[in-house]
Design a protein. Sequence first.
Length: 160
Amino acid sequence: MNGLTYDSWFFPFILRQAQDERKNAYYLVGLSSYDCAIQYPLLTLTEFAMQTYPERTCSIDRLVTHPKLVAAALAGTKTQQRRDGIYAYPNEEFELEGVTFVVTDLQRERLGDMTDVHAQAEGYPALAMYKDIILRMHAGMEWNEDALVWVHSFAIKNAS
């Protein structure tokens, strides 16, 4: 068979960046059983993420709110925020005191997998301090090593 076919026998999909006026846009391209390329609708990274991840549980404006953590993010020492739910998707932007940040990654991780390096990315000098402050901020919370959290990674937009 020649030409495009829309049958249900697809090989794994390939995500290809589109060259058009939309920033960070991608085409989802699949190969059918007849080796014909089938192009699916154009999606931005944010649109693709919204279809890939569960629904957001809170507004992106609530991602980083504590004044000391805002200051750490502005200084470039805070590059991650762990939350119980999804506050932002990759490639989404937010502002802190007039500075634009972009979410670079969103991962699901166990609290027990945290190290001092992760705590430092959260804006704390060590895991022990991070754990102590989190438990004080959330009265009644217990540190459950197996609890899953969403790790939002971010950076200052256009930072070199």
